[in-house]
Design a protein around this ligand. Sequence first.
Ligand code: MLT
Length: 214
Amino acid sequence: MSGAGGAGAVDLDAWPHVFEPGDRDAPVLLTLHGTGGNEQEITALVPHLWPGAGVLSPRGRANEQGMTRWFRRMGEGVFDVDDVIVRAGELVAFVAAARERYELGDRRIIAAGFSNGANIGVATALLHPETLDRVVAFSGMYPFADRDPLGDVSAVELVLLNGAADPMAPSASVDRLVEVARAHGATVERHVRPGGHGLAQSDVDAAREWLAAR
Ligand code: MLT
């Protein structure tokens, strides 16, 4: 990888990931695992979201005491926003390299992330809508703390699926995500269920419906 913002090429062989082509006429789901997860386990979501979809599932490249993540944080919910921005750029370079290697042509790539994976997916779409313009965010939140680094994101559509009582993705932060994304033109659908951090069956069902309408 060269270039702090991810502008350079990525060596796909050096970046652990899963790729499965799926049906040619289906989108490719870019699955993004949560803290301590990995690129294999998160792919189990795909058949529940879009049977037949392709799968592109990279491993987060940040490490927190042995746990795989997508970007650094100073504490729970306290993000290193500069690192978020750099890592989002790296993910863009990964997607570009994978698009070329796997000959994805103009197949749509839709991100589906959980928790920390939702946060990097949202950050990447809001910073790089030309690479990623659809995100399913399970238990995600606003990834830029008190900053607003967004440009025009009118091409972006997000679906946010959250628990009403989630200390790791507090409602106030999800409110801010909705407000900032919409202010810059994004289309945002939000589903709130009872409960906390996690991935409920109702989240998956709502996400599948949202995807089917896309
Ligand atoms: C994050 O760090 O992205 C969120 O706090 C959720 C998580 O613990 O991964």
